[in-house]
Design a protein around this ligand. Structure first.
Ligand code: PGA
Length: 252
């Protein structure tokens, strides 16, 4: 059976000292909550501190991006080898903020995903429609296209290390959440697309998260849906109590 994964995405928040204090506070609150995997994806400079603070706990640490080249003249970028050496286990790829503000495309998402998988990370690949696309009734086409382009050329045996985060862009950081029905339906469309690409068994196995203003109030309803296998959580992952409540909702 597929795993539920509750992952925080801290974005550009928290210093190393804040990271240490946060994880020391969170660890006892989520101890023993083993019906889901618990991940915090943090800024690059916080990773080493986070990994150290999370030692001996059930919290895993991820990065928010990864470059696809091994090394070289790519000012400002971070390689798989660098992330590996400091104990990173997960990597978010293709977040809508990367697509929107930093020119990320499905082609670069695909390259980064391949690099992450080749290095043995679990890749959290983000996709989702913008508001105009939902209003135009083309959400299903958009997420199917992104799924195909983002995973192009990725062999079936690597799919076990892929998590898809369905994040409707209009719901991210806006306080607007997809209804549980919308989240379930679109995660279901992505799962069908995975079935077409990799077969029914792979589609049953893959973890598909919902992200976009998931919080302590709405998590239980969203996570109860059959096609929603966890959450990628921005704002609410910056508060230990809200994040713990979401973990609890995944452990009912
Ligand atoms: P949000 O962010 O929970 O603050 O809407 C989600 C995300 O960007 O992954």
């Amino acid at each position: 059976m597929r795993r539920t994964v509750i992952a925080g995405n801290w974005k550009m928040n928290m210093t190393p000292s804040e990271t240490k204090a946060f994880i020391e506070a969170l660890a006892p609150m989520v101890a023993g909550k083993d019906k889901c995997d618990i991940v915090l994806c943090v800024p690059f400079v916080d990773i080493a501190t986070a990994v150290e603070a999370a030692k001996g706990t059930n919290i895993k640490i991820g990065a928010e991006n990864i470059h696809f080249e091994e090394k070289g003249a790519y000012t400002g970028e971070i390689s798989a080898k660098m992330l590996k050496e400091i104990g990173t286990e997960y990597v978010i790829i293709g977040h809508s903020e990367r697509r929107q503000y930093f020119g990320e495309t499905d082609a670069t998402v695909n390259l980064r995903t391949k690099a992450a998988l080749a290095a043995g990370f679990k890749a959290i690949v983000c996709l989702g429609e913008v508001k105009e696309e939902r209003l135009s009734g083309i959400t299903n086409e958009i997420v199917r296209m992104q799924t195909k382009l983002d995973l192009a050329g990725i062999p079936a045996e690597d799919l076990k290390n892929v998590i898809i985060a369905y994040e409707p862009v209009w719901a991210i950081g806006t306080g607007l959440t997809a209804t549980p029905e919308q989240a379930d339906e679109t995660c279901g469309v992505i799962r069908e697309c995975i079935a077409e690409l990799y077969g029914a068994a792979a589609a049953e196995e893959i973890t598909i998260q919902y992200g976009g203003s998931m919080n302590d109030k709405n998590a239980a309803e969203l996570l109860a849906k059959v096609n929603v296998d966890g959450g990628l959580i921005g704002g609410a992952s910056l508060k230990t109590d809200a994040f713990t409540a979401i973990v609890n909702a995944a452990n009912l």
